[in-house]
Design a protein around this ligand. Structure first.
Ligand SMILES: Nc1c(C(=O)O)ncn1[C@@H]1O[C@H](COP(=O)(O)O)[C@@H](O)[C@H]1O
Length: 161
């Protein structure tokens, strides 16, 4: 996307992309400039430090962070930026994402991470929530978001089959 990114989507591994692409898809649908990066608190700590400490200065307004297993990425990102951080627990093979969820949601008071549902639904909702945060100060985006929600409502069938 050519515009300066307003939302950063980071994830612990390329293996998380299958989940996190749904956040990116939503933002693309809503016309919100965003970037996607692989950043790991465990495997690339300096990359995370550089990313989180430079995020606000680069113009990002919200960070979406997805990780699985011992998912320290969202919390560590939140510890190094005042931007809102939305955490997506990626579904792990061993524990079905319960490990990811507990790792992300139980932050100590003072460093919030807005934690979404495990997996695809969480990624979709992270994208929508990030857009709605931006829409507080962007009327055109607010109207696109409301249109998206109306279209979703209109697309719900009345009959099950
Ligand atoms: N939870 C984290 C962090 C982190 O929190 O920094 N870095 C990688 N990971 C996670 O490890 C899982 C397996 O990664 P691989 O598939 O690369 O082995 C991924 O879900 C990733 O988010």
């Amino acid at each position: 996307m050519a515009d300066t990114p307003l939302i950063g989507i980071i994830m612990g591994s390329t293996s998380d992309w299958e989940t996190m692409r749904h956040a990116a898809d939503i933002l693309t649908q809503l016309g919100v400039a965003h970037e996607t990066k692989v950043v790991s608190a465990h495997r690339t700590p300096k990359r995370l430090y550089d990313y989180a400490t430079s995020a606000a200065g680069r113009g990002l307004q919200v960070i979406i962070a997805g990780a699985g297993g011992a998912a320290h990425l969202p919390g560590m990102a939140a510890s190094m930026t005042h931007l809102p951080v939305l955490g997506v627990p990626v579904e792990s093979a061993a524990l079905k994402g319960m490990d990811s969820l507990y790792s992300i949601v139980q932050m100590p008071g003072g460093i919030p991470v807005g934690t979404l549902a495990i997996g695809k639904a969480g990624a979709i909702n992270a994208g929508l929530l990030a857009a709605s945060i931006l829409a507080l100060g962007d009327l055109a985006l607010s109207e696109r978001l409301q249109a998206w929600r109306t279209a979703q409502t209109d697309g719900v069938a009345t009959d099950p089959a």
